[in-house]
Design a protein around this ligand. Structure first.
Ligand code: KG4
Ligand code: ZN
Length: 345
């Protein structure tokens, strides 16, 4: 362990991953434990809030124990407890918040609030020796697709986001239409490898409105539905008689449309803010095509491009290391801290 360093236990339960990590000055990860609930939600093709909340209750304490054990520290050695209290599913958020408050109270340690979306951006700090700030932050996940002006770790404000579905949600829904497994992102990405991204001309919302920093993916989803119906007729719930090649072509064309929107809007945000760094995180940023296009555009535009490590794109507690910055600034919360389920900031 590093002398004179701060040790923070971070807790994450915003959606369907129960996670805890011990992070320290650097930032460095001493341990990171994620108990995925994917197997519980798979048959529903989406996260069922009630199921998620109950699973968090069962897993939270074992996950915290494991994180402390793996880091080789006792609870008393921790300097603060951090918890993601916004945004997310209300029932899920409450479980993490109660665990964090109880530990803070019992151990007499300060409590730090983490904004889950800001934490997705901060994951990029693990691939960069210098500070990642100031930067434009792109968060593309199952629940959110948003662009941020990130002046500093403590001054992050929303530039714009999706007006309907999140990018990951669109991946999950389109995968369902194609008969691919949940979660849809990795499945579509795999199917797309042998597909033609130009086979279907799917819409790319707002790309010709360079000052509009918003996304919309519901029209794209509908366009995929119509493309499928055009081939198989209006029988959405029947066994999909699409050929492997057609599935691959639709997957590739859909993936290309989402990636074009995310990349273009990110670079429009860079132009608008004048920032020279882009930091991207969230589950969808694990997508190979998106990473490739971001890198290519970044190189061409002379932008410092930071992409969250693949294993830190999907939900985890280590990205809650943004709490180290709040610790240094003395930004602590009282035990009155509440969840903010729906508010995106
Ligand atoms: O960040 P995350 O774990 O959870 C939320 O905060 O929502 O993101 C999960 C989302 C899912 O919608 C999943 O389909 C998507 O990330 N995803 C991907 C890939 N891996 C995960 N989307 C596209 N390509 C991928 N390789
Ligand atoms: Zn997330």
């Amino acid at each position: 362990m590093i002398a004179n360093s701060t040790l923070i236990l971070t807790i994450e339960s915003t959606c369907d991953e129960t996670a805890a990590a011990v992070v320290t000055t650097g930032p460095q990860i001493l341990s990171s434990v994620v108990a995925s609930q994917a197997a519980l939600h798979e048959r529903f093709r989406g996260v069922v809030p009630e199921v998620a909340a109950r699973a968090h209750v069962e897993r939270m304490l074992p996950v915290i124990d494991e994180a402390l054990n793996k880091a080789g520290i006792s609870p008393r050695q921790i300097d603060a407890i951090a918890v993601a209290n916004e945004p997310g599913l209300a029932g899920s958020l409450v479980v993490g918040l109660i665990a964090a408050k109880s530990l803070a109270l019992a151990l007499g340690k300060p409590l730090i609030a983490v904004n889950h979306l800001h934490a997705h951006i901060y994951a990029c700090q693990f691939v960069e020796a210098e500070s990642i700030f100031p930067c434009v932050g792109l968060v593309a996940s199952g629940g959110h697709s948003h662009l941020y002006r990130c002046e500093s770790p403590l001054d992050i404000s929303l530039l714009g986001g999706t007006i309907d579905d999140a990018a990951g949600e669109a991946f999950d829904k389109v995968a369902g239409m194609l008969g691919l497994p949940f979660p849809g992102g990795p499945a579509i990405s795999r199917a797309a490898v042998s597909g033609n991204p130009r086979a279907f001309a799917f819409p790319r919302s707002f790309l010709n409105e360079p000052d509009r920093l918003e996304f919309s993916f519901s029209g794209l989803k509908t366009a995929v539905r119509y493309a499928i119906n055009g081939i198989v007729g209006d029988r959405p719930d029947e066994v999909m008689p699409l050929s492997e090649q057609t599935i691959a072509d639709i997957a590739a064309s859909f993936e290309a449309a989402v990636v074009d929107c995310l990349v273009d809007k990110s670079f429009q945000a860079l132009r608008i803010t004048g920032y020279k760094t882009l930091a991207a995180g969230g589950g969808v940023v694990a997508n190979r095509l998106l990473r490739k296009h971001l890198q290519e555009r970044g190189l061409a535009a002379g932008i410092r491009l930071l992409i969250s490590p693949v294993e830190m794109c999907t939900d985890n507690a280590a990205m809650g290391a943004i709490a180290l910055e709040k610790y240094s600034a003395g930004r602590f919360e009282s035990l009155d801290l509440d969840i903010r389920a729906g508010l995106v900031r």
